[in-house]
Design a protein around this ligand. Structure first.
Ligand SMILES: Nc1nc2c(c(=O)[nH]1)N[C@H]1C(S)=C(S)[C@@H](COP(=O)(O)O)O[C@H]1N2
Ligand SMILES: [Mo]
Length: 404
């Protein structure tokens, strides 16, 4: 099944209007199509999932169509899937074991799933899982990597044990520098580095960091990390280790491809607050918290609406846990902005639904855009902050509709 992307529809619309190559539509920048960008998208089906937009099959990388993100909580069967390595075992819940230890732990131990569920206080939290590379496919200039559109994100209610409680039981030393995670997945070929990640000790010991065994009231789907994954609320999903089998407290920084080379951003370019000091180099740092962002979920490029009839623009907004201050909507290509109405608050790590209702009168093209601002006063950017891997894209996204 082939559907058109917002971008391909946009291209057609711009083409019709003779605007291809234009990089500005009003005060809000609209990048021309980067070369190499996908112009159509293929829906694929993974077992247990609704159709998702297939970016690659091996390893499986599937994103949620924007329409699936219309509600604040993303259902499990509509939640995106991202794996780096193609050897993904089917885990048997009874034989699965989680080992907790490392050189900075006094006594290592193993947990069964039942022990993880019953020997630690359960905590529930709604949190956004967003790939660092979400929207990479919209980068201009084009950057290599999975060409994600807007749907490499999902928001769920997670239930699990506090990572801190597991670490305390292991007698974690106060000199611990980082806590490292490994999952059961592995490379198909020798020589491909295993996916192992670490977070700073302070983040691992944060009350909000979990080892989750439930997602929206159900066991985690296989593709999202059954039977347990790490939840690092507010931070990009690269640290949210799925099918976790080992947790290690380390007295020194973890080295390896996935820390030293991948998932790093240039220092000082982004308005991030959280630091990962033990992994910083002179010029780069591991990616940390999610940037403030928003998404219009119910409009499509080129869609037609009647003049004189109410139009309700809907979407989501989020940030890395500082909390949202407001969401604004522009219906005049970014010249003026008005406050949107915020929906239910599921906590500071969750996305927040919003809507903006108005009656369009003037016929013709209308450029609609949304912009979120967090409690630190940080807002979305108008121009892409260029970085080699296309991370942290929170550029304001105009959508053109026709009022007839
Ligand atoms: N074991 C394992 N965990 C992993 C990954 C992986 O490749 N293997 N990818 C990470 C990345 S980069 C992302 S974006 C999220 C995706 O989570 P999801 O598949 O549940 O959407 O999982 C993270 N956890
Ligand atoms: Mo990711």
């Amino acid at each position: 099944m082939v559907i058109r992307t917002r971008r391909s529809v946009l291209q057609t619309a711009l083409g019709t209007l003779g605007l291809i190559g234009a990089s500005q539509i009003g005060p809000v920048a609209r990048a021309a199509l980067p070369s190499g960008a996908l112009e159509s998208e293929v829906l694929g089906r993974l077992a247990g999932k609704q159709p998702l937009l297939k970016r690659s099959f091996r390893p499986p990388n599937y994103e949620s169509p924007v329409a699936y993100l219309n509600d604040a909580i993303t259902p499990n069967d509509r939640f995106f899937v991202r794996w780096h390595l193609a050897n993904i075992p089917v885990i048997d819940a009874t034989s699965w074991r989680l080992s907790v230890g490392g050189d900075s732990a006094a006594h290592a131990y193993e947990l069964t799933l039942a022990q993880l569920q019953h020997e630690f206080e359960p905590v529930e939290m709604v949190a956004l899982c967003q790939c660092a590379g979400n929207r990479r496919g919209l980068s201009d200039p084009h950057v290599p990597g999975v060409q994600w559109g807007n749907g490499a994100m999902g928001n769920a209610r997670w239930k699990g044990a506090r990572l801190k409680d597991l670490l305390v039981r292991a007698g974690v030393a106060k000199e611990t520098v980082e806590v490292a995670f490994n999952g059961a997945d592995g490379p198909l070929l020798d020589g491909t580095p295993d996916f192992v990640k670490s977070i700073p000790a302070w983040k691992a010991l944060d009350d909000n960091t979990l080892v989750a065994y439930e997602m929206n009231g159900e066991p985690l789907p296989h593709w999202n990390g059954f039977p347990a994954r790490i939840i690092v609320p507010g931070w990009t999903a690269t640290y949210w280790m799925k099918q976790v089998v080992s947790i290690r407290a380390l007295p020194q920084p973890l080295s390896g491809f996935w820390m030293n080379t991948a998932y790093r951003i240039p220092k000082g370019k982004f308005p991030v607050v959280d630091r990962f000091v033990s992994q910083e180099s002179e010029t780069s740092t591991p990616i940390t918290e999610i940037l403030v962002n928003s998404l219009i979920t119910n409009l499509e490029e080129g869609q037609r609406f009647r003049a004189g009839t109410q139009l309700v623009v809907k979407g989501l907004a989020w940030d890395g846990g500082a909390g949202l201050r407001h969401v604004e909507v522009s219906i005049d290509a970014g010249r003026t902005w008005q406050s949107a109405e915020l929906g239910e608050d599921h906590g500071r790590f969750s996305t927040r639904a919003w809507q903006f209702a108005f009656v369009p009168h003037a016929r013709g093209r209308m450029t609609v855009a949304a912009r979120a601002t967090n409690s630190q006063g940080t807002t979305q950017t108008e121009q892409l902050i260029v970085n080699p891997a296309g991370y942290h894209n929170n550029v304001i996204q105009p959508i053109n509709v026709e009022i007839t």
